[in-house]
Design a protein around this ligand. Structure first.
Ligand SMILES: [Cu+2]
Length: 115
């Protein structure tokens, strides 16, 4: 008998530090700017990454908001998106590093205020 072994490729996690800042703070309904800083485990800024953003609310029935972050300075990326409703949002980052490795990170933006 042939046992199909679980052969998921064990992708080693990429040690990347992602700092983010949402403006305005606290976030409110309407346009927001999110700034990210990407650094490796040694604190060296990571340039040339690609960051795609998907923002969802924590409840069902709303379509996600998509955005892309642009590198504004070495290792610093900025994205513009719009919160259409007050409440809790979840921002999913799809990061592609210069070497092609991908990682995902989730950022919770809670209690977005009504405008
Ligand atoms: Cu909603």
């Amino acid at each position: 008998m042939l046992l199909a072994s679980c052969s998921r490729r064990a992708e080693s996690p990429v040690p990347v530090e992602i700092e983010h800042e949402v403006s305005p703070a606290p976030a409110r309904v309407g346009p927001v700017t999110i700034t990210f800083k990407l650094a490796d485990s040694n604190g060296k800024l990571i340039t040339g990454a690609h960051i795609a953003i998907e923002a969802d609310m924590s409840h069902a029935g709303m379509s996600p908001v998509f955005a892309e972050a642009k590198e504004e300075a070495a290792g610093r990326y900025k994205a513009h998106l719009e919160f259409q409703m007050a409440g809790d949002w979840v921002i999913l980052l799809h990061v592609t590093l210069p070497g092609g490795k991908k990682l995902e990170q989730q950022i919770d933006v809670r209690d977005v205020r009504p405008n």
